[in-house]
Design a binder for this molecule. Sequence first.
Ligand code: ZN
Length: 203
Amino acid sequence: MRPFNKSTPPKIIEDNWIDWGIEYAKKRIESNHSHEFRWASVNSKPVNQHILQDLLADTDSHCSYCDFSPLRGSSEKSIDHFKPKSIEKFYLDVCKWENLYIACTFCQGAKKDSYNDLLLRPDEVEYNFYRYFFYDAETHEIEVNRHCTDDDKLRAITTIMIFQMNHPDQTDSRRISYLHYYSTLESGTKPDIDLYSHRFIFE
Ligand SMILES: [Zn+2]
């Protein structure tokens, strides 16, 4: 997970997120929690399509969680609700800007409806990768930084588990990115870091 600053909410979200949250909460409760979330439509276009470019701009079109890039196609440019929309206490946050992150298919599938207050966010103040984690350049696994505080360790473990950061698909992806980056560097060319997935391993 690479830190980034979340931009201010697009106007369409700022103007409507509270009303859309209330509407969604009402429908969920009235339907005994079976109502499925759907983005509202504004000017004949669903809201997720209105805000996609803003979310992508914040992460330079990388996944907010694993930093995979490039995200291709609509399924890889899906919007994750950090606090899951299926959990009643988060119904009102369903369209809150701070709750929306662009995520790759893997991270969406790994996280699903999981949530824990200890889960790290990439735009959290004072978040940086090496405060919580250690990158093993041989196994390409992400480990807990053994020098961090006990509280930070708990947060790191929770985040590794929920995002399945050491799933073979993720370690393979990081290995490919790592080897390509360093072979480019060794050939005398300065790699353009933004073209690589998992940029935090080079920083
Ligand atoms: Zn991802």
